[in-house]
Design a protein around this ligand. Structure first.
Ligand code: C2G
Length: 147
């Protein structure tokens, strides 16, 4: 799914991107603006299960398809292990690694091969928050005037 990127400045970022929301869109757009092509490593279902003991709501194929359809995204690949970041960065010839600032400092070890940039997260939104809101709203009649 990764397109031809010869002699382009490649930006790489990683994430689960489950229940795709505005925070995801904003970080992808800001990451893309740092280079010519943005490649996204979408974390696998198994990686998520090993980390959180639960699977994402949407499966990896669907999450990859959604992220790949975003206008600023040049291509996606599957992130199968958190330990393989160096391998992915080298394989895809990344020049910049972008992560949200919830990962601040965690990927500085790769600054020998890429520029490491942490971007501020969008406040007040997360997949967990969205899930909780859905649970909270379940069964309630939506009234836009008196929410
Ligand atoms: N993000 C953001 N603002 C939010 C929520 C998320 O900027 N309100 C960013 C995160 O900082 C991350 C990206 O969106 O850079 C994807 O977020 P998640 O899907 O939560 O990804 P995560 O599970 O943190 O990634 O190697 C990392 C792994 O793939 C896990």
């Amino acid at each position: 799914m990764v397109k031809n990127n010869k002699s382009k400045k490649i930006v790489i970022t990683f994430g689960t991107f489950d229940l795709f929301h505005i925070g995801h869109l904003r970080i992808l757009e800001r990451a893309a603006a740092l280079g010519d092509v943005l490649l996204v490593g979408v974390s696998s279902d198994e990686l998520n299960f090993n980390k959180k003991k639960t699977y994402p709501t949407y499966c990896q194929q669907d999450r990859m398809e959604i992220v790949n359809a975003i206008k600023c995204v040049g291509g996606v690949f599957l992130e199968e292990s958190l330990e393989k970041k160096r391998e992915y960065l080298l394989h895809h010839k990344g020049a910049i690694l972008v992560m949200g600032d919830d990962w601040e400092g965690k990927f500085d070890e790769f600054s020998d091969i890429v520029e490491v940039v942490y971007l501020q997260r969008t406040e007040l939104i997360s997949t967990t928050e969205a899930k909780n809101r859905i649970i909270d709203q379940a069964g309630k009649v939506y009234d836009p005037v008196f929410p």
